[in-house]
Design a protein around this ligand. Sequence first.
Ligand SMILES: Nc1ncnc2c1ncn2[C@@H]1O[C@H](COP(=O)(O)OP(=O)(O)O)[C@@H](O)[C@H]1O
Ligand code: SF4
Ligand SMILES: [Mg+2]
Length: 339
Amino acid sequence: MNALLEVDGLTVRLPVAGESRTVLRDVSFSLDAGSTIGLVGESGSGKSMTVRTVARLLPDGADVRGSVRFDGAEVFGLRADALRSYRANDVAMIFQDARAHTNPVRTIGDFLTEALRTNDRMRKPAALGRAEELLAEVGIGDPERRLRQYPHELSGGLLQRVMIAAAVAARPRLILADEPTTALDVTTQAEVMAILGRMRREYGMAMLFITHDLELAGAVCDETIVLYAGQVMERQASTRLHEDPLHPYTAALVQARPEIDRRVDRLPVITGHPTTAYEAPDGCAFAPRCHFAQERCGAGVPPLLRIGPSETRCVRMPALRGRMESENADSLSNEEVTR
Ligand SMILES: Nc1ncnc2c1ncn2[C@@H]1O[C@H](COP(=O)(O)OP(=O)(O)O)[C@@H](O)[C@H]1O
Ligand code: SF4
Ligand SMILES: [Mg+2]
């Protein structure tokens, strides 16, 4: 059986000040129907660009190499009608800032019925009835009143539920969620995640879930992909990532994470600065911040290495596996750890 989504060798360049800048470099992964993948990494690592590329929502002038296939069809080969149908019926996006994606002078009812009336050609009363059902599905009481309200009359958590209702309206097969709970307080985050999880399971929707929160990715996603400088550094089953990281960057993220019962909206600090794909050094992009860097790490971009069902972009794996705790970093000499 083919995967629902297959991303293969995806490289994206965007025009900036007359230059072409790489933002994603050779990104590959696949997602099965009904499964979830978490995308984690520091700001600028390419998480949003990855999901935007999947939705084919890139800025003008983007240069896209490689392939994105949805249900076997090449997304960048879709003609206008097919692309419209793909975006309306197959994939749906949920963003971090729900308020920024609503129109302040239009009601929740207008917002929810717009797509129903355009895509499903519903008449207004039927669309309003369906919108009420959708609000009830995401746990919003008194839907009739809510539909008459404006975005500023709803809390951030309620508005994000409205976004989820809009996203699942067409029963898409893939949800692209770009930090949907980052702007919410901890309790509301948990409620919104529970609703998203329930909707996803009920309708068998797959999800690409962006988060700064490794713990949350671990709790919600089957697999986690760790991005750095526009590259996949590691892909692993989420349950394994914390106890058995397969890349020094992941190990550093795991060690730097805050207490398990505290949600965060930024990944904790790792010494050194993150780099963009555009500014990444030759060789391993993480080398300037890596405790374990050796001369050979600078010789070309490390290939994605398979370790069982997982992948890592580190030339020193699997020799470093299980030995990356920071307190041992300095004491692990290059001779000690050989492949
Ligand atoms: N419209 C744009 N034009 C040019 N570069 C962009 C644009 N949007 C984002 N970028 C760059 O692409 C890289 C990846 O960005 P993004 O995917 O938004 O990161 P993340 O979501 O992981 O924080 C960053 O270096 C960012 O500066
Ligand atoms: S390839 Fe080298 S520099 Fe890069 S993560 Fe592995 S050990 Fe560190
Ligand atoms: Mg982003």
